[in-house]
Design a protein around this ligand. Sequence first.
Ligand code: PHE
Length: 341
Amino acid sequence: MKALMNQLRESAVNAILNADSPESLDALRVKYLGKKGELTAILKQMGKLSAQERPVMGQLANQIRAELEQAIDQTREKLEAAALEARLELEAVDVTVPGEDIRIGHKHPMYKALDEIKDIFVGMGFTVLDGPEVELASYNFDKLNAEEGHPSRDWSDTFYFDTDSRVMLRSQTSPMQVRAMETMPLPIRIVAPGRVYRKDEVDATHSPMFHQVEGMVIDKNVTMADLKGTLNLVMQELFGEGTVTRFRPHHFPFTEPSCEMDVQCHKCGGKGCPTCKGEGWIEVLGAGMIHPKVLEMSGIDSEEYTGWAFGMGLERLAMRRFKISDLRLIFENDVRFLEQF
Ligand code: PHE
């Protein structure tokens, strides 16, 4: 039995030390030391031994077990070190290889135009405000004097969230007028850029989501002349000196009188061309003197204070500013287009 055990010891140690993978090492552990392993099998026969032989053999068996375990540990460490070495080799980084070019992004031309517009207004003492795109109909309509039944409140024009038409995607930035009137001390000078939503089909000049820049001034003795003067100045700064504008009468529920402002077409100089649809002019904003009812609804004394407001179409202005011919280019975000600005 002793000879048998020594033989086992020799072949087992040999096999273990030569194992070439963690898997085969594990298999060897099971083969020799497992419950049905070879050493265990020998130990099971101990019962047949004499009382003198038994402790001697028992001791030998323990010794062999310890030796095999040690050989297994040693081999495992060796294999792990080799695996690490191989991985380091494989994943070695050559720091001298030139790196891949990182493509630097561009500011979108519309936001470039917006930055310029904000700068111009901030330079004139205006504060820039941000507000919610999910808006209460009371702010988008009621407090702006657009009563129940006003055509713009129609379900076919507006994205509502609820069946009783109380929560909606704002269809204009004008609710920011009310939000400013309700929260800011007088006098007020604000611009509020942001997204607005209407159920429009997409074509060269329409999109269901577009951007406006709202502007508002409320102070004592503010007149329509201030509105025209301010907007004219802004257009000169944005599009260059000599930019020609015109004001046309219009109607909005929250301003009285109301107007729209056009900028002369940069392409044809007013003669009429495809860019201005033959008009010679491009409409860029709606504006007017804030209706006294609107001031009063927000707690401002319309006898003491007057104000004006405007809402610019940002895409239109950006198109005019950077000579972009089709609105869809602004939304497609084709890098080849964006890279030109
Ligand atoms: N909110 C109006 C629109 O979307 C524009 C506007 C703003 C008109 C402020 C007058 C005053 O068409």
